[in-house]
Design a binder for this molecule. Sequence first.
Ligand SMILES: CC(=O)SCCNC(=O)CCNC(=O)[C@H](O)C(C)(C)COP(=O)(O)OP(=O)(O)OC[C@H]1O[C@@H](n2cnc3c(N)ncnc32)[C@H](O)[C@@H]1OP(=O)(O)O
Ligand SMILES: CC(C)C(=O)C(=O)O
Length: 423
Amino acid sequence: MGILPESEAKNMTQVNGNSDVTAEREGLIHDWNEESTGWTSEIQLNDETLRDGLQSPSALDPDLGTKIELVHLMDQLGINTANIGLPGAGERARDHILGLATEMRGLSITPNVACRTMIGDIEPAAEIQQKVGAPVEICAFIGSSPIRFYTENWEVEKMVQLSSEAVAFAVKEEMPVMFVTEDTTRANPETLRALYGAAIDAGATRLCICDTCGHASPTGVRKLIRFVKGIAEEKGVDVGIDWHGHRDRGLGLINALVAIEAGATRIHGTALGIGERAGNTEMDLLIVNLALTHWIDRDLTALGTYVQKASDAIGIPFPDNYPVFGSDAFETATGVHAAAVVKAFRKGDAWLADRVYSGVPAGMFGLEQKILVGPMSGKSNVSWVLEKNGVEATDERIQRVLEVAKRSKHNLSDAEVVAAAAS
Ligand SMILES: CC(=O)SCCNC(=O)CCNC(=O)[C@H](O)C(C)(C)COP(=O)(O)OP(=O)(O)OC[C@H]1O[C@@H](n2cnc3c(N)ncnc32)[C@H](O)[C@@H]1OP(=O)(O)O
Ligand SMILES: CC(C)C(=O)C(=O)O
């Protein structure tokens, strides 16, 4: 439950939902973020929760029904495509892919599947496409860095041949193909030129640049995307450029934003960043940032449900201080902050209350700012919480609550605040 009295909550929704009012307020926030105005082209999102997400060592593989619910939420959020598994992984994976791809015929979001650059991996995907009667995109992947092919004793010529054959096979099966170079961010330029060139010649319509091991810095992302775009331009083709990032260095989200700035046209991510090792780019936070920088404009009230459902289904909790969806994200017990938020509420200005101490407006995601009382609180916190609980905030009561709060090691529950006021 949020702190807002019903009338103010309604006012908040009205203010947040009214772009004219928002425009009038623009002068109140001087925005140094260049991204807010610098990006113009359309960006697509590819959700990897049900494939890379499930490669997390802590993940539970949800049942098909739960995966279907997640795909519906992705669709509701305007996510364009979802990777729904690796058909070569076994019967359960194939059953789920068939079930999901069948369900997705009725949705806007479309399916893709991961396959090694092996005809044996692509064949079951082609059978599924046949059964479903709607396109299933192939994400044909091969390791591209020297460290990767040294491990496997692969030669570049052999990899080029495998890639060409696999892409050509999928194209013959009338499947759209994204050609994926694993570990692109540690690969030699000439190897990438050879692999991407072969994939384009064989009919791939998308190239996926992968930071498989979470090695890239924003500078590397920028250089690599420009390099790959250059390969496509030299060949005179207009292919989509995908960015697939991991967060081993904690750079997943920033690298995704830089990838967009550099010209990637589709970005991969997973709910809460759940994925292999330390995980992937956080899809939810990517969406938050795209909305805040005006790249996308859509109803995002389902984002919290998507995050919570993914966390529950995959069995990975998220911390209280996780941005936007963590329980602490829109709460404050801090006196100076709370005093300003309360002043905004008392002015009847929910727009202001939602921004004065928050870089992300809670109302954008169907959430609310909340005031707590604790050892770092002042009179404003206490009077607000007492009033919210129907208790008149007299000076004596406020003082009694503050005496308890200042001795406490933690923030008080509303019931504790009311009890302290009556003590
Ligand atoms: C970066 C990523 O996230 S890629 C996604 C990877 N996802 C998964 O691995 C999850 C599902 N995987 C599985 O179920 C299994 O690993 C399977 C069914 C795919 C393969 O199982 P196995 O045949 O027992 O092979 P195993 O897993 O031990 O090794 C992987 C094999 O794939 C080969 N391989 C990897 N990429 C490619 C490629 N692009 N083309 C051809 N072969 C490849 C490896 O060389 C290795 O072959 P080897 O056994 O001859 O050495
Ligand atoms: C297969 C690709 C997309 C991948 O998961 C990676 O390289 O991390």
